[in-house]
Write a protein that binds this ligand. Sequence first.
Ligand code: IVH
Length: 668
Amino acid sequence: MTIQEKIEQLRTELNEHNYRYYVLAQPTISDFDFDMKLKELESLEKENPTFFDSNSPTQRVGGQITKEFNTVKHRNTMLSLSNTYSKEEIEEFITRAQKQFDDALEFVCELKYDGAAISITYKNGELFQAVTRGDGSQGDDISTNVRTINSIPLKLKGDFPTDFDIRGEIFMTLDGFNKLNEDRVELGFEPFANPRNSAAGTLKMQDSSIVAKRPLDSYLYYVVTKDQTIENHYDSILKASEWGFKTPQPDVDFIRKAKNIEEIWSFIDYWDKERNNLPFEIDGIVIKVNSFRKQQELGFTAKAPRWAIAYKFKAEQVSTILEEVTYQVGRTGAITPVANLKPVSLAGTTVKRASLHNKDQIEKLDLHIRDHVFVEKGGEIIPKIVGVDTNNRDQSLQPVAFIENCPECSTTLVRKEGEAQHYCPNDVGCPPQIKGRIQHFISRKAMNIDGLGSETIDTFVEHGLVKDYADLYQLREEQILELEGFKQKSTLNILKGLEESRNIPFEKTLFALGIRYVGETVAKKLAKHYKTIDALIAASKEELVTVDEIGDRIAESVVNFFVSEENITAINRLKEAGLQFAIEEQEGASQKLESLKFVVSGVFSKYSREEIKNLVEKNGGVIASSVSSKTNYIIAGDGMGPSKKAKAEKLGVTIISENEFEVMISGK
Ligand code: IVH
């Protein structure tokens, strides 16, 4: 087999496995085997750049930066749909459409996905271009970002038309959205308002490698083709599924044929109740005339097709009483007002609290304590107040007065120009800020200190053992043992975890410092660019903004962080404790095992156990001491404990030998 044939074979194989995993959710090989094949393809492509293909499965990780997206004219205008909220209007739609035909119309009911609309052109079975809706007649070419979405095929299978457009929706799953927002709030960014905004925002990001990490998914629901062999919409969706697209499937009732209003209504009624159990958001149901010939005869108005209509669900809303507004102080000092409500049942859960975001929001709603408020639930975990029943307001009620001092340390709050949030500026003395910073420092993505958890940090701070993260490295065994509930074993575990954290690479240490707006990715970019903390400290705002992806806001925040004497002192103490503040240009180092978790067990023939652990870390992997559902691989030697083995098998963790591990890090 020639190299080119080998490359082609691997690409076809990986595309098929990708399809089975992300579209069918029925993988037939282990993650490990998939990774090995991908790595093999990666190195073959690297050695043979002439065979580059923008639709190779290796391109899904992204990496390309788009400074400005090209504007592209849609060859078929992307129209919207007429909306309705009532059964009567659907009946009118049916009557109007039926009038043009003698034989009875058939309809197709589908979910109305709440994300960002996309039109993708495929030529000769390959993804050619993906364009946003834009103003309907032209949109942005976001192909590089769309290529990173695993459920979008890069190459098609079967009897696809040679040149066609397919439309659908790109969205974020609710789980993915909530996790993303938690991370954003941690970093001091405003959270995304809802999954739709976060999907749309992500698709317009310049760095496709960040897009690749975001939990985007898709459903394709409209094949635009002149192909006469497919007669109706329903069949076109089944066909598109055969070509490799993720399309609405009849077996889970995401798509269903209907003959009349009763059948349509039963679909609507079913999903109005069931939609809370979906892992993504829908905002209604779309009803389409099935026959393509009849669709053509019905045609379009200026704005929308006459052959389809969208029924929009009314957002579930309840009325309850605002009992109190309390305030939370975050790690960065940001103050978040929270509405405490009289408990009320909404969309299957009891609601007691609602987020209020900031002072402006409270003023906009003109909230008074003991107001009757309307509460709605969107994609967020915490619901929001959407309005006040002012007719029901007693004259004696007082408007909510936003606090002027920090609820935790009484310091006068500040609000920077152009920002919506109030902050407590007492970063060195305000308890939740102190605790929050240390908790961030020890967290998994930062210093990943085994044995230390949030509650332990709270105890340490409350007993005055630590005031900042640098104090952690001065902790002595007897100090911890004095505290209630700390035994020898857990104490030694903490000290061991701290000891091991000295080897955590610079980029993670930099992230751990908790500089506002400096998340994992930014920390990586800064570490790579400046190589040492001293070079970064010396950088001016003007220099910082020349680094890829670093804007004014991040640059300013970095400079401000290093202006603070307390922060410099803490960094110097961490340096003394032996933490990594420079990129170590190690021979054989790589990020091949980035964020993969390993457990090493047993006796090996080529390496000692410590050597294997070092190799894991040198290549960006993380070592854990016990097997859990988060473990990716167990590297097993002779005499691996039977309980570990049983647990691994139960959790479906892949067990590999030292030889397989060698292949993994060699990249061959
Ligand atoms: S069909 C010519 N089907 O809703 C009309 N649209 O409000 C083609 N949408 O822009 C659209 N789910 O972004 C269709 N199952 C579905 C849909 C759907 C969501 C979106 C789409 C469209 C908007 C109209």
